[in-house]
Design a protein around this ligand. Structure first.
Ligand code: C2O
Ligand code: CU
Length: 458
């Protein structure tokens, strides 16, 4: 990997800072400025799109650290409304989690906030605001955070593939329909324009026989991507930043909002043949990433080995506490018994007037008391029942969980789980990280319209 300035700064954290006045923060190595910008997202025949971006890029620039480094980032707020940065999927101290009013004060327009925490787990993560999230993320605020393993895995290239979904006007401007009640009560703010790394398609030049690491990140606020590979032999090596115990070969990848999938792919297409990562849409499969294959294949590589595991706690079901979560509401099913919102019981019509369409255990939106009050180190099981007509991507902050399958075995470690309509899927986690942690649907229209709660660990 080339030694960039950023890498040098991040890698030199062990050298004490010089010239720092005690009590005054050193200048962080990285500054992210959330601000309005004009970016060419649409094809060249369209005008630039007015976005909200970190600096002037969509997605924001990829922050990269080595496992064990200090992440040290100043957020400058150049927007005209409060914002924060949430570091999605990272196990970090609660005060660095970026939830305004819960873990930190909102960062007012024109002010800044310093985030500093250890890059504990190696993997693929991302960052986005947690303030007016639906609008801020939809307008372009999102970026990738990579934490490298101490030893680089044996791949010929390491590529970030950020999938996003935009709702644009015919002039390629962002449609400002953020409080559209149809979206809030249906599948969320689905867009009409899909991007890969902020462009309509990504193209990579590769050689037949090469092995690539593809880090897929879904930053869309609602769209679930159903992906296929062609001309590539693919293995899933990590989900939501956490390595699988062994690579799993696949030709299909479903990635819900906020999820990450790390793939190793071997280019099996020969020079001139097609190799793509495609998205299955109603009327066909569209290439999101195209690989232009040249060269002749080197000797076939042996099957890949697992990435080194992160240190995660052991989930012990025998002593666990179970707190069921029932999701209800939305179009088609509604909230026939109403729900409690901000301490008041309301019927469905009153809730709709407050833009609330969904409930967790009969409660819409944040509550004074958490869904779970866990003791530090306690294991918690949450069977999640989706009694709605839509899929939901449930995300827990600050800790990863495992799915407990019907036969009692564990699924992979994740921070975001897709629960389809009618399913009950159980998660279990060790309450290892003290603090107040959001637990919400990452379809951000649903989060805003009732699907959020929290878990306290003390
Ligand atoms: Cu990716 Cu609560 O967030
Ligand atoms: Cu949802």
């Amino acid at each position: 990997m080339p030694l960039t300035r950023r890498r040098l700064l991040a890698g030199s954290a062990a050298i004490p800072f010089l010239g720092t006045v005690p009590g005054q923060a050193a200048t962080p190595a990285e500054i992210l400025t959330a601000q309005a910008a004009l970016v060419q997202i649409a094809p060249p025949e369209y005008p630039k799109t007015g976005v909200w971006a970190y600096d002037d890029q969509v997605p924001g620039r990829t922050l990269r650290y080595r496992q064990g480094d200090m992440v040290d980032v100043r957020l400058m707020n150049g927007l005209d409304q409060p914002t924060t940065v949430h570091w999605h999927g990272l196990r970090l101290p609660n005060a660095m989690d970026g939830v305004p009013g819960m873990t930190q004060p909102p960062v007012a327009a024109g002010s800044s906030f310093d985030y500093r925490f250890e890059a504990r787990d190696a993997g693929t993560f991302w960052y986005h605001p947690h303030s007016n999230s639906l609008e801020q993320v939809s307008r372009g605020l999102a970026g990738v955070l990579i934490i490298d393993e101490p030893d680089h895995p044996d791949v010929d290239a390491d590529e970030v593939i950020v999938l996003d979904d935009w709702r644009m006007t015919e002039e390629a401007q962002i449609h400002d329909s953020f409080d559209n009640r149809h979206d809030l009560s249906h599948a969320g703010r689905l867009g009409n324009y899909i991007t890969v790394n902020g462009r309509s398609e990504a193209v990579y030049d590769v050689e037949s026989g090469q092995r690539l690491r593809l880090r897929l990140i879904n930053t869309a606020t609602a769209r679930i991507f159903d992906l296929r590979v062609r001309g590539l032999r693919a293995w899933i090596v990590a989900l939501d930043g956490m390595p699988l115990p062994a690579p799993v070969e696949t030709t299909e990848v479903v990635i819900a909002p906020a999820q990450r999938v790390d793939l190793f792919v071997d280019v099996i297409a020969e020079a001139g043949e097609e190799a793509i990562l495609g998205s299955v849409e109603r009327d066909g499969t569209y290439a999101l990433a195209g690989f232009r294959v040249s060269g002749s294949s080197a000797a076939a590589r042996p099957a890949p080995v697992a990435l080194p595991p992160n240190t995660l706690p052991e989930v012990r079901l025998d002593s666990a506490r179970t707190v069921p979560l029932r999701m209800e509401g939305g179009a088609m099913r509604g909230l026939p018994d109403g729900a409690v919102w901000k301490g008041n019981r309301m019927d469905m019509r009153e809730l709709a007037m407050m833009d609330q369409f969904w409930a967790f255990n009969g409660m819409a939106g944040m509550t004074d008391e958490p869904l779970v009050d866990a003791g530090l180190g306690e294991t918690v099981r949450i069977p999640i029942t989706n009694d709605t007509a839509f899929p939901h991507a449930m995300h827990l902050h600050g800790m990863h969980f495992r799915e407990v399958r019907a036969d009692g075995t564990f699924g992979p470690w994740r921070d975001t789980l897709l629960v389809n309509s009618g399913q009950t899927r159980e998660i279990a986690f060790v309450a290892e990280n003290p603090g107040s942690w959001m637990f919400h649907c990452h379809m951000l229209s649903h989060q805003m319209a009732g699907m959020m709660n929290w878990i306290r660990v003390t």
